[in-house]
Design a protein around this ligand. Structure first.
Ligand code: ADP
Ligand code: ZN
Length: 729
């Protein structure tokens, strides 16, 4: 007998779907994309219906409960999620859970829908008595419906007055689902379209033409810093909305791009378009509400970080990936997907136009544009002044003293302060000093969990591990030689701040790094102060290089450049070039008189000379041969395997065994390793890595199929993680 069967992705670390019988009373209601509870092993688990079909129910268990009235996943989204699960070798149930807002995919308590009263104006005449009542009416008359939370922003105790107004027939009150969205009531000022320059015009025209065709059209928008990429995004989105399709905008991190979000809101909200902003600052409830609004087709524009690529938009026309080179698009743990790459897949699956934008495209994207699979749009000029900042490389080997700041940079800072302009100093290392060193015997101090040196934080008087946050007070006496000469070595942002304060006593100095921005709103406060010119010198890590448009900044200084260049990763040159080009691009955006100093022992390195000229094309030409020669991306493909466990011997032995097995079956794939990971011990676990490298993706894929069988033999004490297209190794 044939009955209705549902194939379900269960929240468990298993790749396959599980079949369940749909009980008679549920047949009418089951649908693809809805959540269910099912018996699974000895427990009950939450799952998603991904497929329904007629079949034999022999030996199948029944679905216990149907959880949703409306499907949470659209068929298009399911296609994307299944593609991702397969490509990234990750269990489908966990892929779905990652894609959904917290509380929806898990077995734990469900986030609930909240309700609140909303007020609607019925009449304004005759004026009620009492000034407060009149003011309340005025506020409520501004909108069709006014929620209590909005009223509370202006009136601390509105209740009794509101009740009186309802009794007297001025207002009507009803219950409405609360949209928990902190952005919703923030005031914005309307922002009008700018007149595009010719390069911008060409870019918008290409994108618009593609939008009209309604088919997959991928673009790389390569525009130097300050070339007006945002305006190209805005006008492209406008075109997309006019065609009655939705836009999805991905940004590296919402908290770091408040200006971009503000401009989108200012441009589109006054026209009645609805935005949803998905970001890490949202509570579970807020995220859940945003997801439901999108799912119900109430949203025209979604802006969000990495996971917003899974936003359930039903008719996206345009996907924008801003700062596409940013590594934060790659999730580095668990489900290791790359949102930029998935954006291309989604655009292809749903027939969208997609724009990857950057001043410093990833080598991968630029390579694609050279190969023709991305169409490149160039904005080679700055909007306001046309001038790129003037960059000077300071050769530290020729400097006489070994002070942190070289003399030319000190002079330039002095100069900037006198002219009442602003400066930024980049040092990509937080804390006071990278390590403490016994100057008698050379002993330094390591994290017991991670085997890396502990960073000295002076204000807290603590040595901290930047990986696991382990902390201990610094020792007065060396545990090795009993000497008393323990000194901080090297400089982090905290020490730099102290030195700058001593050098320029009158200057207003601020620091932006993970330590000073951990509290909610702290990052924004620093940005606002910079905008109001209440800071003269801003010191910070790579955070200060990201997306800011501070018109007052005319000087940028870069320190610690050689640490970037010498980082043990084949992408070190690319990372250095990107960071330096981006931070240099912060100088002179409004005036065109930007000046940048880069301190280094390697002034001839092509990463630096190309960054100094903001010359991406040259950098690409110089870097590509290295990748070609070694078969690294974009000229080859990588899979990074990490084995980790508590027993060092066992991990090592398992890694050796696995590498040997892989080696014996490899065709067209290089098996490198095993070797200890650069972080050989992390959070107490010993780690070994194996790298698979191939010119052909298909060869790697067939090896991954074999790996799945082999990994079943790895004992429980050792975990294997698979990272497809790794960006951090
Ligand atoms: P990018 O993202 O490429 O670094 P932005 O989009 O931040 O550059 O633009 C830099 C500045 O130029 C912004 O202040 C923006 O408002 C302004 N701008 C962009 N396009 C135009 C234009 N066509 N006319 C006038 N100003 C513009
Ligand atoms: Zn640690």
């Amino acid at each position: 007998m044939s009955e209705l069967i549902a194939d379900i992705a269960v929240n468990a670390p298993l790749k396959q779907l599980f079949s369940y019988l749909v009980p008679a009373e549920m047949v009418e209601k089951v649908a693809v994309g809805k959540r269910v509870k099912v018996p699974f092993g000895r427990r009950t688990s939450t799952g998603f219906i991904l497929l329904t079909r007629q079949g034999s129910s022999k030996g199948l268990k029944k679905i216990s409960t149907l959880l949703d009235e409306e499907p949470l996943l659209t068929p298009e989204l399911i296609t994307l999620l299944r593609w991702a699960a397969d490509y990234y070798c990750h269990p489908i149930g966990q892929v779905i859970r990652n894609a959904l807002p917290a509380g929806l995919g898990s077995d734990k308590t469900q986030t609930r829908i909240l309700y609140e009263p909303v007020y609607r104006l019925l009449k304004r005449e005759p004026l009620p008595r009492g000034q407060k009542q009149q003011e309340l009416l005025k506020l409520i008359a501004e909108e069709e419906k006014t929620p209590l939370s909005r009223i509370r922003q202006e009136f601390s105790t509105p209740h009794s007055s509101l009740n009186r107004l309802v009794e007297q027939g001025y207002l009507e009150v009803c219950e409405q689902e609360i949209q928990r969205d902190p952005f919703l009531y923030e005031k914005i000022t309307e922002d009008k379209c700018l007149t595009l320059n010719n390069d911008q015009k060409n870019a918008v025209k290409s994108v618009s033409d593609s939008l009209e065709k309604n088919s997959f059209s991928p673009y790389l928008l390569h525009g130097v810093t300050g070339s007006g990429k945002t305006e190209v995004y805005l006008q492209s989105v406008e075109k997309c909305l006019n065609l009655k399709r939705q836009a999805l905008i991905l940004v590296p991190e919402i908290a770091l791009t408040p200006q971009l979000v503000a401009r989108f809101r200012a441009r589109f909200e006054p026209k009645g378009s609805k935005l949803a902003v998905l970001h890490s600052g949202l509570s579970d409830g807020e995220r859940y509400d945003a997801w439901r609004r999108i799912n119900r087709n109430e949203v025209d524009i979604v802006i969000g970080a990495r996971s917003a690529i899974f936003a359930p938009l039903s008719r996206p026309g345009l996907i924008i990936v801003d700062e596409e080179h940013e590594t934060s698009y790659k999730q580095s743990e668990g489900f290791r997907y790359n949102a930029r790459d998935l954006a291309l897949v989604r655009a292809q699956q749903q027939g969208c136009t997609i724009v990857l934008g950057s001043a410093t495209p990833s080598l991968a994207s630029y390579y694609r544009s050279e190969q023709g699979s991305l169409q490149r749009l160039e904005l080679p000029q700055r909007v306001h002044t046309g001038n790129l900042p003037q960059v000077e490389l300071i050769n530290l080997a020729e400097e006489e003293s070994s002070q942190t700041l070289a003399n030319p940079l000190i002079e330039a800072l002095q100069n900037t302060l006198e002219k009442r302009e602003q400066a930024m100093l980049l040092l990509n290392r937080r804390g006071f000093a990278p390590f403490l060193l016994c100057t008698d015997c050379g002993t330094s101090f390591h994290c017991p969990n991670c085997e890396i040196t502990l960073t000295f934080h002076q204000r807290e008087r603590l040595l901290r591990c930047h990986y696991c946050d382990y902390a201990e007070p610094p020792k007065e006496v060396c545990p090795n030689c009993n000497g008393g000469n323990i000194e901080p070595e090297g400089a982090g942002t905290e020490r730099l701040e102290q030195e700058i304060t001593e050098l320029f006593p009158g200057a207003r100095i601020a620091r932006m790094d993970r330590d000073t921005t951990s509290r909610k709103g702290a990052h924004q406060r620093i940005v606002d102060k910079m905008m109001r010119r209440e800071i003269d010198i801003l010191i910070g890590t790579q955070m200060i290089a990201k997306g800011h448009d501070f018109p007052g900044v005319t000087l940028v200084g870069v320190l610690g450049t050689d640490n970037l260049l010498n980082f043990p990763d084949f992408r070190a040159a690319e990372r250095s070039f990107t960071l330096l080009t981006q931070v240099a691009g912060r100088a002179g955006r409004a005036t065109g008189k930007g000046k940048v100093f880069i301190q280094t022992y390697n002034p001839e390195h092509y990463s630096l000379t190309c960054a100094a000229e903001q010359n991406y094309a040259d950098f690409y030409q110089l870097e590509l041969p290295f990748r070609q020669e070694l078969g690294y991306p974009p000229c080859g493909h990588l899979v990074h395997l990490v084995l980790a466990g508590n027993q060092p011997q066992q991990v090592k032995q398992q890694a050796e065994q696995l590498a040997e097995q892989l080696f014996s079956i490899a065709t067209n794939v290089e098996v490198l390793g095993p070797s200890p990971c650069p972080l050989a011990k992390l959070r107490g676990k010993t780690r070994y890595q194996i790298l698979l490298k191939s010119a052909a993706r298909s060869s790697l894929r067939s090896m991954l199929a074999d790996l799945e069988a082999l990994s079943k033999n790895i004992p429980g004490g050792v975990g294997l993680s698979i990272d497809i297209d790794p960006v951090d190794m």
